[in-house]
Design a protein around this ligand. Structure first.
Ligand code: IPE
Ligand code: IPE
Ligand code: MG
Length: 248
């Protein structure tokens, strides 16, 4: 398995990898277990992939952990996920810090339980000076929420004369998004054989390379990440130009 890793061209790593971690429920069901069992095992995959990205030198990894729409799941699943989040952050912050990983969160945190907000803020502060991998957790996140939020803030700034509508360009607008300080994802991975984006980084992934795998999230490991990166490196990214133009 070491071989896959060795094939990766370190000079052409995706600057930002975003992952839609899907399939925990089906993984648990296959095993005759409760959905939460799948979520607990999904944390193992998170650990492995975070470690994999840090070892490779990937600078940004965004993990879609909980969507705005996921609030509509059964109450026990939602509270179980929040509890798992608190436990995981508490347990892993020291390791994140040791590995020079900086934690960030994007999403509507105001909807999260207070103990989760506190735990996240503490970890964000503790890891705030780290300069290695930026680990971005998307929690209570959806692109439509983010874009509406951005539009509201733009409108307020225009109203307060802090912003001239004529000067708004892509760079200005980017500053109003949750991802203001992050590069756009270059590689977006979705597990579990679903071929959709489910309200994740819709604006930012305009030119992301999409990678879909049937592997269910709790089975996803570094090797699967290496496969996705190698696939990314085999593609020609044309950004609207012709193949001849991008070859030069
Ligand atoms: C992804 O796994 C985790 C979250 C969305 C929180 P799912 O829980 O969606 O698993 P499936 O899609 O039902 O298998
Ligand atoms: C997307 O998975 C959200 C996360 C992985 C957090 P879902 O399981 O919620 O997506 P849909 O409902 O299948 O589109
Ligand atoms: Mg799902």
């Amino acid at each position: 398995m070491q071989r896959l890793k060795d094939k990766i061209d370190h000079s052409r790593l995706p600057a930002h990898i975003a992952i839609i971690m899907d399939g925990n429920g089906r993984w648990a069901k296959e095993k005759g277990q409760d959905r939460l069992f799948g979520h607990y095992h999904g944390v193992e995959s998170v650990r492995d992939v975070v470690e994999g990205c840090a070892e490779l030198g990937v600078k940004y990894l965004t993990l879609y952990a909980f969507s705005t729409e996921n609030w509509h799941r059964p109450v026990n699943e939602v509270s179980g996920l929040m509890e798992l989040l608190v436990q995981t952050i508490r347990k892993e912050t020291e390791t994140l810090n040791k590995n020079n990983i900086r934690l960030h969160v994007i999403g509507d945190l105001s909807k999260m339980p207070q103990n989760a907000i506190d735990e996240l803020n503490e970890s964000i502060a503790i890891t705030g000076k780290n300069t290695g991998l930026n680990l971005v957790m998307a929690l209570s996140y959806s692109s439509r929420w983010e874009l509406l939020n951005a539009v509201k803030k733009v409108a307020q700034d225009v109203q307060q004369k802090k912003l001239d509508p004529e000067t708004i360009n892509e760079n200005t607008f980017h500053q109003y998004l949750c991802t203001a300080n992050f590069p756009d994802p270059e590689l977006m991975i979705r597990t579990s054989g679903e071929y959709r984006i489910s309200n994740f980084l819709l604006y930012q992934s305009a030119y992301a390379e999409l990678y879909f795998t049937d592997v269910l999230w709790p089975d996803f490991r570094k090797e699967n990440l290496y496969e996705a990166i190698l696939d990314f490196q085999s593609r020609e990214r044309r950004f609207g130009k012709t193949s001849e133009q991008v070859m030069v």
